[in-house]
Design a protein around this ligand. Structure first.
Ligand code: ATP
Ligand code: MG
Length: 192
């Protein structure tokens, strides 16, 4: 059985970090919407240039564009053994589209993790990241905008998956190793 994992949680919750570890431990690709967009921007493609301003402000890229990008990515054969998805869906429209993408390829989520941290912790982690990496959207205004949008648009998806899927809440304000150990023990419960 393929291992299809979804990570939900606010910016700075550790989705990218944990998704990378899940990806290497279970040998499945890490599909990160933000990374796909940053690669497009870095390569200077039309798409990359179109989304640059929106991303810089901390706003959301349009649902239609995101849905097509993720559909194309999940249809690649390297996801046959599963994938770990991070950064998508961020809206109810995206979540509904994802359901139909997955059923189109005969898939469903093995597990949906909701990584939870307080806003103050999220904000501080993102500011620290801003000093380490050069991300144009790690300004104070863009960080606040992303957290606000998370609460408005994305947090309701926790309830969406609670009623539909195998939702596992995870306390994210702990060390990277502690969080990963908890994810692993949940992943071991996934029926093979
Ligand atoms: P994290 O700290 O978890 O990486 P992030 O806010 O830095 O979270 P990314 O996932 O790296 O977010 O995405 C960066 C930007 O790309 C977002 O702020 C948004 O503009 C755009 N983006 C990424 N995924 C989506 C999506 N599913 N829908 C709309 N816009 C998206
Ligand atoms: Mg990320």
């Amino acid at each position: 059985m393929p291992l299809n994992v979804l990570l939900l949680g606010p910016q700075g919750a550790g989705k990218g970090t944990q998704a990378t570890r899940i990806s290497s431990e279970y040998d499945i690709p890490h599909v990160a919407s933000g990374e796909i967009l940053r690669a497009e921007m870095a390569a200077g493609t039309d798409l990359g240039n179109r989304v640059r301003d929106v991303i810089g402000r901390g706003d959301l890229v349009s649902d239609d564009l995101m849905i097509e990008l993720i559909r194309a990515r999940l249809e690649q054969p390297d996801t046959d053994a599963g994938f770990v998805l991070d950064g998508f869906p961020r809206t109810l429209v995206q979540a509904e589209a994802l359901d139909s993408i997955l059923s189109g390829i005969g898939r469903s989520f093995s597990v949906v993790f909701s990584l939870q941290i307080p806003d103050e912790v999220a904000f501080e982690r993102l500011r620290r990241r801003a000093q380490l990496e050069e991300r144009a959207d790690d300004t104070d205004e863009a960080i606040q905008r992303r957290l606000d949008l998370y609460h408005e648009e994305t947090e309701p998806l926790i309830e969406y998956y609670r009623t539909r899927g195998r939702l596992v809440p995870i306390h994210g304000d702990r060390s990277e190793n502690e969080v990963f150990a908890e994810l692993q023990s949940a992943l071991e419960q996934v029926p093979a």
